[in-house]
Design a binder for this molecule. Structure first.
Ligand SMILES: [Mg+2]
Length: 265
């Protein structure tokens, strides 16, 4: 990737570029167009590095990528020979102990994804063998089953005491170190690539995308089939975030092409 790119497309994957069946096909034409225009597409996701490496290979993406909700950033040097890594957060094992302590404090068992058996993970994610293996390869965050809304709010309050925070994705919640989130990860990447001038065009669909959408220069919310996530409505209503006109990859494609035609071109 050229270090002097003027724009980066920084995008969430699940629910944003992909629908619930992990399909991105309506966005493929737009991804090809971005490649022709040399505009980097930077995945920014709760997925693991193993999962995103696989996703990039399958979809012909070559730019850096942000994983585990912003806890780490990866990319390749110019001749694509070695991978570099920026770590923002605490290790999985440290975070797991903190999750157990929070569970005790609120007297509600928060269940890490990695504690489920393969059948339970399949039910939750639709992933099978290799996909599950890649999803469990967690280094810097602990995904856990979404608790009821009032428990999630309680967890949020207690997190501060432990220097961690929680984000809610589509299928799971995630515990991360408090100095790591999707917005901070993009900031670290800008510094690392020495590109302070780049304009960030961000796309997301859930509460875990808020720090990214708040950080970006242009923020696009991708709705689900029932409309936008309620955590993102405030930003849409205030005019800070744009709302795509269709769910998932189709909305992604329409919004990005609109940006290409009206801002970048
Ligand atoms: Mg998402």
């Amino acid at each position: 990737m050229k270090n002097n790119s003027k724009y980066w497309i920084v995008t969430d994957l699940d629910g944003t570029l992909m629908d619930e069946n992990y399909d991105i096909s309506p966005a493929r034409k737009t991804l090809n167009l971005l490649a022709e225009l040399n505009i980097p597409v930077i995945p920014c996701t709760s997925k693991t590095a193993s999962e995103v490496r696989h996703f990039r290979n399958e979809n012909g993406l070559f730019d850096p990528f942000i994983v585990e909700n912003g806890a780490a950033v990866y990319g390749y040097d110019d001749n694509n020979s070695s991978e570099w890594e920026l770590i923002l957060g605490k290790s999985y094992n440290e975070l797991r102990i903190i999750l157990m302590n929070i569970s005790k404090t609120i007297n509600y068992k928060l269940t890490p994804l990695n504690d489920l058996n393969h059948h339970q993970i399949f039910e939750l994610t639709g992933l099978t063998d290799q996909g599950i293996k890649r999803a469990l390869d967690r280094q810097w965050s602990v995904p856990f089953l979404n608790p009821p809304e009032e428990i999630f709010e309680k967890v949020k309050l207690i997190c501060e005491l432990h220097s961690v925070h929680v984000f809610k994705g589509n299928r799971m919640s995630h515990l991360l170190s408090s100095n790591s989130h999707k917005g901070e990860a993009v900031n670290k990447l800008k510094l690392y690539l020495n590109n302070n001038e780049v304009k960030i065009i961000a796309l997301g669909d859930s509460q875990n995308d808020l720090p990214l959408l708040e950080y970006a220069d242009l923020s696009i919310v991708i709705p689900g089939k029932d409309g936008p996530n309620h955590y993102l409505k405030k930003g849409i209503d205030s005019g800070s975030f744009r709302l795509a006109d269709a769910p998932h990859a189709q909305g992604w494609s329409n919004s990005v092409e609109d940006v290409i035609n009206n801002i970048i071109a």
